[in-house]
Design a protein around this ligand. Sequence first.
Ligand code: FES
Length: 211
Amino acid sequence: MEVGKTTRELGALEAGDSLLNFVGPLGVPSEIEKYGTVVCIGGGVGIAPLYPIVRGLKQAGNKVISILGARNESLLMLEDEVEKYSDDLFITTDDGSKGQKGFVSDVLKKLIDDGNKIDMVMAIGPVIMMKVVADVTRPYKIKTLVSLNPIMVDGTGMCGGCRVSVGDETKFACVDGPEFDGHLVDFDNLMLRNRRFVCEEEEACRLADVK
Ligand code: FES
């Protein structure tokens, strides 16, 4: 998804073009183990990193219920791939263009209200989505992992740009994460920090003449 100067420049590359460097994978691997029943929630581009986790959790013997959501149908992806490794798949769109009109958290709440025993929830997507998911599971003490994507610079733990507050601790998402206990993350602080360079980003787009 092209959202700023760099991603627009990446989007302008043609087949055969190249990048100077590409570093990864970074951070700590996902906790793939047998929990029992897991609910995997992906929002927008978060569906991409969610997919291998869905597959891994299924292969580890879990019952996997997947919920994919996006603002509209065109922003959904990998539905067939996720479905292949899911016992149940629910789709939501904000505008109702595909699946249920509403939010992934609505489906999660209904699953809980219907009495489904859920052992773990994994959520990857917009910060506000992960915050709401954590709010839904908190009263039920359902283990909830969220995958954070704060602004990163070096990705190797040196700059501190990606720091997030988790419980009483400051963590670096690039080396300590990206997955953290959703009930401990300070999402409001994360949302603020993610908007830190909005003006500079607009200026960079203007200077580079990318729309
Ligand atoms: S991106 Fe620099 S410390 Fe994480």
